[in-house]
Design a protein around this ligand. Structure first.
Ligand SMILES: [Zn+2]
Length: 82
């Protein structure tokens, strides 16, 4: 709805016509399915951006050993992992 409003040219009657066309094309029982699909697509996108932002492994700053992400100390040299 926010995206449609951002277009600036669609009023409430046009939105209702579009909604009726969508219901006619997909069937009213498919709407939750479509909404779920859009929701999971957004979730996947967020997960991908999170993955690129924070690495899943904890690399030791002094010996460069790759440790488990939840480990607090390096398993090789014992340096505290941030
Ligand atoms: Zn280390």
């Amino acid at each position: 709805m926010i995206e449609l409003r951002a277009m600036g040219q669609l009023g409430m009657p046009e939105l209702l016509v579009i909604l009726v066309i969508i219901i006619f094309l997909f069937g009213a029982n498919r709407i939750p399915e479509i909404a779920k699909g859009i929701g999971s697509a957004i979730r996947n996108f967020k997960n991908e951006t999170n993955d690129s932002g924070s690495p899943r492994t904890a690399t030791c700053s002094s010996c460069a050993t790759v440790n488990d992400p939840d480990s607090r100390f390096c398993r090789k040299c014992g340096t505290k992992l941030s």
